[in-house]
Design a protein around this ligand. Sequence first.
Ligand code: IMP
Ligand code: MG
Length: 179
Amino acid sequence: MKRDIEEILFDEDTIKGKIKELAAKIQEDYKDKDLLMVGVLNGAVIFYVNLMMEMDIIMEMNFIRVSSYGAGTKSSGNVRVLYDLETNIVGKDVLIVEDIIDSGNTLYALREIFLSRGARTVKSCCLLDKVERREANIMPDYVGFIVPDKFLVGYGLDFAGKYRNLKYVGVLKPEIYSV
Ligand code: IMP
Ligand code: MG
């Protein structure tokens, strides 16, 4: 896989350190709440598990899948739920866990959905934030790293379903996706 990577942005130790910091903050903020962590499939899974395992508070685990980019590299702007939560969220303190926020359309739509279903609070935690590409009016509550507008893979992030198992976050060589 390495030969398809132009540059490594965050290596495994750097990511692990950041996850510990995020977990400590979240744990403090949610210690007296009814935390339901909602991971956005598939990209957030690796981040989600590592984050959760650093937290020593009571929480519940659930996942949702929304329409993705397919094999492209840009967001379409309309978000569809493809696989839904398996729990009632009325009164829960929902924390959406995402690998990366780009346009913000996914996160914005998810927050609206969860609030309309009666969640008590809805916040979000993203490992990566491509802040300069934001379209929707939303900022994640917990952010690992701000990243440049380049196509990234690894640590859960994919291109056309691949590269999720890289232990680091890297920039994919443009020739891989611009063919
Ligand atoms: P948004 O709705 O535009 O914020 O898109 C968020 C989703 O787009 C994330 O959950 C990722 O799955 C995907 N995404 C955005 N940027 C990248 C990237 O650089 N690499 C891989 N996936 C990305
Ligand atoms: Mg995703």
